[in-house]
Design a protein around this ligand. Sequence first.
Ligand code: AMP
Length: 393
Amino acid sequence: METTDFRGKKALIRVDFNVPLNEAMEVVDDTRIRAALPTIQRVIEQGGVPILMSHLGRPSDGYEAKYSLKNITSQLHQLTGAEIVFAEDCIGEVAKQACLKSKHGQIVLLENLRFHPEEKKGDKGFAKALSDLGDIYINDAFGTAHRAHASTTIVAQFFPEIKMFGYLMLKELENLNKVLKSPEKPITAILGGAKIAGKIEVIKQLMNLVDHIIIGGGMSYTFIKALGGEIGGSLVDHEKIEVALDIIERAKNTGVTLHLPVDSIICQEFSNEMAIQTVAIDSIPEGWLGLDIGAETIKLYEEVVANSQTIVWNGPMGVFEMSNFEMGSKAIATAIAAATSKGAFSLIGGGDSVSAINQFGLADQVSYVSTGGGALLEFMEGKSLPGVEAISN
Ligand code: AMP
């Protein structure tokens, strides 16, 4: 980015503008758009025209108004001050003309890539059509770097000489490498959230890297069930019980301490309106659901965090979206912020942990907030990300 001459050039930039919209199709949280601004501004300052491409949501079959990137043009204009030229399609004559006619000072925003099923299939012809729109390819979408889609990976082969990472991507890789390559010990990974499926492999992998693994959220009940505990109607993934047991066993044979909750805040419904109780984690009565970690668990987890030098957090400790069940995530976020102020390096990733840390107003008190969820987990698993490989090769 620093040494590239963008004068008179069209820079085709894969950004991650997969932002939440409300019913009126207004952008509710523009964090991802802001994160892409340094790259966009650099191209403009250096005399180039940014051609932006992204996906938005999960359209099932072609165009759907609620997934149109047209919805974000006014926000993009407000944040950049530039005139936005919106192309109603991301390939073909419409896109070509929009790019050809664009002038310095303008930004071209292409329509949602995923209106074409070829995007997710990594179709070569589609990638070639995208590549025709730019002279230079920049990947600045860390959130989709673990997918070998046309715009994140395949398109790069049509820019053998002039492909690069954008500033956001560079920052993500730099911060993640701080955790993976030369972390200061003790290292603590905190994993929570509802789904255990996508995270269990990461836990195994993390055992080679970290000193402590803290488990919270809906996924913790699968571990408790595996140990023979009563978990009532709490979330459980029966298919992962064996793996959970395997992890518990492995932890005993390695130097890693696996921390499971000792108590839980329970409720009879998935609701903020009903009475709550705190019970031992392995004694949740039938008809009750565990929806947050309890006060005893919080105390234990706070201590581990306070004594860590490197902390990675992915996934909330409870259903933090409801005030009755936000305490665990809030306490963890506060403990991470306190450890950071004493010199620890902390990295938060995954959509929900990021929402949680924003909700508690602590995002600026941790070392780095990653835009990656799945990409972050795969990177931590030690997998190479196709979007990163495509540029590095
Ligand atoms: P994930 O997408 O797997 O990271 O899960 C994030 C979601 O997990 C958040 O929306 C939380 O509300 C939810 N969550 C956290 N703890 C629990 C729990 N104990 N039971 C059900 N859902 C939970």
